[in-house]
Design a protein around this ligand. Structure first.
Ligand code: ZN
Length: 356
């Protein structure tokens, strides 16, 4: 049986792949795994074959920071037959990972976990110091974005950059990652997320001695690659000259790199959602949008779209403003209830906005 504990804001009726969820009185959600049966009170119903079944291997307690990683890791855990795992997803549905702050209960759950799966590369800004001190205390924290050949943010000032960093490559790399020069939004490249599924499966197998986790990581990766074929098919509708993205913040570098788009500009500078654009930066962006005849501006379901909407009002023609699922899954009925659905939905929203 896989038990999933999710922040209260997670949303009623949310479904994870292969699992039926029941919302209990508080934040505790229990998911029936491959063989167990779930009851409304969260206890596991006895099944006829349970008495004869071999002893269940006590599974790992896994804590995952973002809902997007929670979807993928939850699929790996629920696929492993005979393990009794529990997973806690720290962020609620709709949270912006850049400005989320954990509760003390969540930090306590992380401190006793066998494995913490974090995005890393400074995505979870409110968790950086918590994760650092957990690691100092010996907690196994997997920062997945660092493991899949992360891309740097596109540097607008390469000359200054070279002067600042000098020649000491090892220190330089560590320093850059600590300060957020690498782009954390790797999940917009589905091949990188497939690799993360394999890495998490193999880490779980090593940590527990249950080889099923490794096989499950591979099978979840295969599902992600198959969904990516749907994403690529949906994006094929967008002609070469319309493959232009203007987004609320700098989150689509991996998407552009993998699926052949061009990021013409971002509304909020700096790779996070936490900064404010200056009026000069907004005026420059309006110029770019008009010069490149950009068909749409993409907002973010997890943040206010006020700045994006007022930017669109500055454009001297009609322009689509479309909210994408960027740093969080969507709630029930959104069509973005799990990672692969979210990516397929984003692809079709992008294709529609750029082909109108
Ligand atoms: Zn972001």
């Amino acid at each position: 049986m896989l038990t999933i504990i999710i922040n209260k804001g997670y949303g009623e009726g949310m479904t994870l792949h292969r699992a039926a969820l029941a919302l209990l009185s508080s934040s505790l959600l229990v998911v029936a795994g491959c063989s167990a049966t779930e009851q409304g009170d969260g206890s596991e119903a006895p099944t006829s074959d349970q008495a004869a079944a071999p002893a269940v291997v006590e599974g790992p307690s896994v804590v995952v920071t973002t809902t997007i990683l929670g979807s993928v890791v939850g699929n790996i855990l629920s696929c492993a037959v005979g393990s009794d795992a529990s997973m806690t997803v720290v962020m609620p549905i709709g949270a912006d990972p850049h400005d989320f702050q954990p509760s003390s209960e969540q930090v306590a759950a992380m401190s006793t976990a066998e494995l913490v799966v974090a995005n890393g590369l400074f995505l979870e800004e409110g968790l950086v110091s918590v994760l650092e001190s957990l690691e100092t205390d010996g907690v196994n924290v997997l920062h997945v974005a660092e493991l899949v050949d992360p891309l740097p943010f596109v540097d607008e000032h390469p000359d200054e950059h070279a002067r600042d960093h000098g020649d000491d490559h090892a220190d330089e790399a560590a320093d850059e990652r600590a300060h957020g020069d690498f782009d954390p939004h790797f999940w917009f490249d589905m091949e990188r997320m497939a690799l993360v599924a394999e890495l998490v499966g193999s880490e779980l197998a090593t940590a527990t001695g249950v080889s099923d986790y490794e096989d499950c990581g591979v099978s979840v990766a295969t599902e992600i690659r198959s969904a990516e074929a749907d994403v690529i098919a949906a994006l094929q509708a967008v002609p070469e000259e319309s493959r232009i993205l203007v987004t609320d913040h700098d989150a689509f570098g991996y998407f552009a790199d993998r699926y052949d788009f061009h990021v013409a500009g971002v509304v909020i500078p700096g790779g996070s959602t936490l900064a404010d654009p200056s009026s000069r930066e907004l005026a420059e962006l309006v110029e770019v949008i008009e010069r490149e005849n950009v068909p749409a501006i993409f907002a973010n379901t997890a943040t206010s779209s006020d700045v994006v909407t007022s930017l669109a009002a500055e454009i001297g023609r009609d322009i689509h403003v479309v909210a994408l699922f960027v740093g969080s899954l969507g709630g029930p009925g959104s069509g973005a209830e799990d990672y692969t659905s979210m990516m397929v939905l984003n692809a079709s929203l992008i294709a529609d906005a750029l082909t109108d």
